[in-house]
Ligand binder design. Sequence first.
Ligand code: UGA
Length: 449
Amino acid sequence: MTKISVIGCGYLGAVHAASMAELGHDVVGIDTDANKVELLSQGKAPFYEPAFDALLSRNVDSGRLKFSTNFADAADAAVHFIGVGTPQRADGNGADLKYVDAATDSLLAVLPEQPTTASLIAGKSTVPVGTAARLAEKFAAKGAIVAWNPEFLREGFAVDDTLRPDRIVYGLPADTDGAARAEALLDEVYGQILSGETYNDTDWTETPKVVTDYATAELVKVAANSFLATKISFINAMAEICDATGGNVTTLAEAIGYDDRIGKKFLRAGVGFGGGCLPKDIRAFQARVDELGLPRTLDFLHDVDAVNQRQRSRAVSKLADALGGDVAGKTIAVLGAAFKPDSDDIRDSPAVDIARQLRDAGATVRVTDPKAGPVVARFAADLDFVDTIEAAVADADAVAVLTEWSDYRDLDPSTVAPQVRRRVVVDGRNCLAPQRWRDAGFEYIAMGR
Ligand code: UGA
C-alpha cells in the first residue's frame, strides 16, 4: 500500500485516483474546484464516464479514497501524480501550462523541508517536451524526484484503460539513484497492473513497461495522439475523394484494414475528431517543435488539422445542398453534442461546432444528446438543447446524426419518418444502415459513401 496524492481531479485525475484506491492504495485527490471535491467526496461523479460511478463510490466508502481542496492533505504522500489539464493557450497553438505550474507550486509549498525519504512527483498530464526537466529542477530543492508517466486513457473507457492499459511508460531522471528510486515507487504503485492481477479474469497477461528518459516519455504521448489524428484525417481525405468519385470509404477502410500494418481501428470516416486531447495536442506539438527550431518537421499535422476542420464545413454544405442550397429558415435536428459516444464531453466537439455553423447560417437548430445536456447548458448555452429525440426531430427539414450514440445508431427510421417535415438524414458518422433509412423514404447522405 502506497500513500498517493493525485493533483487535479478532472477526467484523468479523478479516474486515476479512484483506480489507485481500487488497487488498495491510500489516495487523496486534490482539486481547487470546491464543488467538484464536494461531489467526489460524496462518491458522485462530476462527469459521465461508464464504470466510474461504481468505482468511485466503492472506494470512497472503503475509506481508501478522499478528496480535498487543501494541498496540505497531500503533503505526506510518497507519490504525487500530476493530472491537471494542459489546454490550448488562448493566444496561440501552444499548451497552456498555467495549471501545471500552479499545481506544482502549491505542492512544493507543502512538501516537508527535510524529508527522510525522497517523494516522487509523477507527471501524467500531456506536456510539451522539456517540461519534466524543468519541474525536476524546481522539486530538487525539496529533495523530491520527478518522473513522467503519460496517460493513454480514452474517455468512455477510462476505468478499463487505467486498470488494464496497453502499456505503462516511465520517463526517469538521468541520475541513476533517482531513477532507481522512482522506478521502485512506480512499480510499487502499479505492481498488480504490471503483473496482470488487476481483475479476476483469465485472459489477462502482463502489461508491457517501457522505461525511458523524460523527453521520450513526454514525446510518446504526443506522438501517439498525433498518429491517431493522422489516421482519422487520412481516412477523411479518402472520404472526400470517394464523394467525388462515387466510391465507398467504409468499404475502402475495411479493405485496407485487412493489412495488419494498417489495421482497421481508427479508420472511421465522418465529421472528424474532437475532444480535449487530439486537437489541442497536435497544435501544441507543432508549436513546441517550432520552438525547437524545426519549423517544417510537423507540417503534415497542419494538414491533418485542416482536413479535420473541413469535415465540419463539408457536413454543413451537404445539409445545405440537400435543402435546396441554403439552410437559412430550415429546421435541423442535430442528434449528438458530445465529441464521441459514451462521454458527456463537448470540448472541441464537431457536433457542437456544426450546430453553431448551421445556426449562424440562419437555420433553427435543435440539439439533443443522451448525456451531454447539463454540459451543453453550462458551456454551450447559446444552442437550443432539447431532451429527447422526438423533440429534436419534430417538423425538422433534416436530421443530422453527429455523434454515434447507440440510441441513434439503433433509431428506427420508420418511427422518425412521420415526425419530420422533410425526410433528409445526414449521417455524419457513417453509423446508420443506409438502406433502412432509404426504405423509410429518407434521402440518405453520408460522409464518403
Ligand atoms: C484520445 C486517445 O485516443 C487516448 O489514447 C488519449 O489518452 C487521450 O486522447 C488523451 O490524450 O487523453 P479521447 O480524446 O478520449 O482519447 O478520444 P478518442 O477515442 O481518441 O476519439 C477522439 C475523436 O476522434 C472523437 O471525436 C472520435 O469521434 C474521433 N474518431 C475516432 C473518428 O472520427 N474516427 C475514428 O475512427 C476514431
